[in-house]
Each structure stands twice: as C-alpha cells, then as structure tokens.
Design a protein around this ligand. Structure first.
Ligand code: ATP
Ligand code: MG
Length: 418
C-alpha cells in the first residue's frame, strides 16, 4: 500500500470539532470591527518578494529567515505573505484608497518558516486591522479600546495591555547610537543574533526572546527617555485617553515590535497562560511605510491578532462557548420510512428557521441509529418506523430526560419550537 501523504510541518488542518470556535471568534471580531466603521478588504496571499523586503525590513527575523519565497514560472520572485500590513498598504495605494481616510480589516492565513511549536506555526491565521489617514493619537486610543471590546465580547480575560512609543524617525536614529554604544560596552555578553544586529538593527536586540539576553536588555537605555517632544506629547494624550476610558495598561519601554516600519505608538496584548508564545495581539503606528513603498505620504496605524493563540487562550481560560451543533437527529428504519423522513425533514426546515437537523441517511438498525443520535448531541431524536409511518406520526425523544411522546406530522413544527 502506498504511504499516505502528510501535511507540511507547522501547517495544520483545522478539524470540524474546532471550526465552530473559529466561526464564533470570527463572527465576534467582525461584529466589533463593523461597529467601529471598519470594512473588509481582501488582497492576494502571494505578492512580489520585494514588497515584504521593502516594508518589513531586510534585517528582521521575517525577511532574514522566515519567508516562503519562490520563483514564478516567468522568473518573478514571489513570497507567501508573512503578514498582512504590507499587502494591505499595497492594495490601498494601488487602488487609490489613500486619498481619503480608511478603516480596513482582513482575515486569513499567513506563512512564516519558523520552528513549529505550540502557538507558533508555519501557516497561521491573523485578523488584521489598519486605519489610514489619521494622524492620531485619538485613533490610536480608539483602536486599543476596540481590541479591549473584542476581548469583552469573547469573554476573554487573562491578557494585559502593554504600550510604548517608538518616537519619530529622528528620535529613533539618535537613540540607535546610544543603544549601540551601550551594547558595544557589553559586547562579550551579546548572543550571536545580537552580535549580528548590533550595527544593522540594534533595536531588534531588545526584542530578543533569548532569556540570556534579558538582564542586559533590562538595563539598556530606554527609548522612551529619548523621545522627541511631539511623540512624547502624543503618548501622554494616548495614556490619558486610556486612563479616562478606565482601560488598564503597562508602559513597557522594551516593546519595540519585530518589524521595521513602526514609529510612535506600539502596543501588544500579552498573556502568561500560553508559555513563551504569549502575544495574542500586536500593533502600532507606521506613518512612514506608505512613502517608503513609493506612495504619497499617509499616516497609518494597525494591529493583528493571532487567531490560533486567541483560541488557545479562550480554551485555557474556559471561555470557549458551548456550541450546540444539532437540534434534531432523525432516526428512520425501513426503506419507506427513510424516504419519508427526508420529506418531513424538508418540511421542518421550511417551518423552523435555522433548525439544525440531521437525517440519519445510510440505513441500519434502530440500535445503531440511536447510538449516532446520542453521539450527535441533539436535543431531540425523531423516530420513524413502519408503525409511525402508517399512522402519520413520529416518536419524539427528549434526549436530556429520555421521555418519549408521539406527535402527529402536522403538529411536529409546533412541538419542536417549544
Ligand atoms: P512573536 O513575537 O510571537 O514572534 P511577532 O512579533 O513575530 O510575534 P507579529 O508579526 O506582530 O508577530 O504578528 C501578530 C500576531 O500574530 C502575533 O502577536 C501572534 O499572535 C501571531 N503570530 C505571529 N507569528 C505566529 C506564528 N508563527 N504562529 C502563530 N501565530 C503567530
Ligand atoms: Mg515572530
């Protein structure tokens, strides 16, 4: 027998016992987002490699070692999107959306060649949100409040908000020199990645996940102490707005984000309940990106939620809802009864909106069909055999109590509506 072909490591099948939770989460997210005036945008999963190199930055984990890049048949170098912001900006620019303000969202798979582990996959899913043409910090505050509302709607607790300001480009450049000087004076304590980044992208050293780098990073000079006046003022307004709304947060001076395009506001929602993959939502302002990609300068801010991590956290905190997948399971024994059960089922679907009804299909004994009815989790089992057929009735068993009654076909819809 031929060996079965398995999926690619780190790319998961999302099976029917889990998809209902995805649907609940996706629906809740969409409802909150549309409540703030955000509209969906869909753009391709594949883009020119250059788009990601120019936006995310050459010296980042993603571009250095995580992208799925290949040559198209006509020789173009293409990449499976590792994140959505670059493609969203590209689409907005190309289609003239940036002439006015925009509030956009998208949802879908992202691809990064990482070492697979819990909470870290090679195909994972994000819901991304971007707002263009708003200078902030009012929209920064609103966006963060919106994330808090998403958690509230999902019943999610256990995540905390961290915020920081990365300042203007000039402030970051000046701080860069301060940081390089600091790390140079501790050169022998730097791990290999940090050595390599010391001169190319020293801010990224602060984002290191290596515990051995923790103490050194903790003691490093803080960007928040080197902010330009405008960024500092805007950060204060942002903090005040969050205070006014009663939303708790921590200022984390080491929060830098792993992509190059961020400046000013950055934020993450983190949890300690998912091991080291604890960031469920991350975002920030990226006013420079549109111009960097060749467009007319436009302010921008956005965030992305990792859906796998969000669902894991809901699971870990017992916040996943119980989703009844079936209302009615229809058991029918005998050829004529089975045929009639399909017709009765159609009538019931006409009569009761959104009824979840499974007809057994495939025949078998009462005993076997009842077993399936039990396992389905249905609230009622309908029973149709030769006797019921001749009298135009069905047996209705209420599964929770085991009680059974006989109901005429034309009274069935009313009975089940109770
Ligand atoms: P991390 O620091 O965990 O590597 P990141 O900074 O690379 O995350 P972003 O690019 O900001 O992540 O992506 C936003 C969110 O997408 C993350 O906060 C996380 O929830 C999720 N995410 C990122 N990479 C993965 C992955 N490989 N598998 C699952 N979820 C991911
Ligand atoms: Mg990462």
């Amino acid at each position: 027998m031929a060996e079965i072909i398995r999926s690619i490591r780190g790319m998961n099948d999302i099976l029917p016992d889990v998809t209902p939770y995805w649907q609940v989460v996706e629906t809740a997210l969409k409802e909150v987002l549309s409540g703030y005036g955000y509209q969906e945008i869909r753009f391709p999963i594949v883009e020119k490699t250059e788009l990601f190199c120019r936006s995310i930055g050459e010296v980042t984990d993603i571009v250095e070692k995580e992208m799925y890049t290949f040559n198209d048949r006509n020789g173009d170098q293409l990449t499976l999107r590792p994140e959505g912001t670059a493609g969203c900006v590209r689409a907005a620019m190309q289609n003239g959306l940036l002439n006015q303000t925009q509030r956009l969202w998208y949802m879908g798979p992202m691809f990064r060649h990482e070492r697979p582990q819990k909470g870290r996959y090679r195909q994972f899913h994000q819901i991304g949100v971007e707002a263009y043409g708003f200078k902030g910090p009012d929209i920064d505050a609103e966006m963060i409040l919106m994330t808090a509302r998403i958690w509230k709607k999902l019943g999610l607790t256990g995540a905390t908000l961290q915020i920081n300001s990365l300042g203007s480009t000039e402030a970051r450049l000046a701080y860069r020199d301060v940081l390089i000087a600091y790390f140079e004076s501790h050169q022998d304590e730097l791990d290999e990645d940090s050595q390599r980044r010391l001169h190319s992208n020293p801010l990224r050293i602060l984002d290191s996940k290596n515990p051995a780098m923790q103490a050194l990073n903790d003691a490093a000079p803080k960007l928040i102490d080197h902010l330009d006046d405008e960024s500092r003022q805007e950060f204060e307004v942002l903090c005040q707005s969050l205070d006014d709304a009663g939303l708790a947060y921590e200022v984390n001076p080491r929060l830098v984000r792993g992509l190059d395009y961020y400046g000013k506001t950055v934020f993450e929602w983190v949890t300690d309940q998912l091991g080291s993959q604890g960031t469920i939502c991350a975002g920030g302002r990226y006013d420079g990106l549109v111009a960097q990609l060749g467009g007319k300068a436009a302010t921008a801010i956005g965030f992305a939620i990792g859906i796998e991590r969000l669902i894991s956290l809901l699971e870990a905190t017992d916040a996943l809802p119980i989703i009844p997948s079936v209302d009615v399971y229809f058991v029918a024994v005998g050829e004529a009864a089975a045929k009639q059960s399909l017709l009765l089922a159609e009538t019931l679907r006409d009569q009761i909106e959104n009824l979840k009804l499974i007809t057994h299909c495939g025949g078998g004994s009462f005993k076997n069909q009842f077993k399936r009815a039990d396992r389905s989790g249905a609230r009622w089992t309908l029973i149709l055999g030769d006797d019921e057929l001749s009298q135009q009735v069905v047996g209705v068993k209420t599964m929770a109590t085991g009680e059974q009654e006989t109901v005429a076909w034309d009274a069935l819809a009313n009975y089940l509506k109770l």
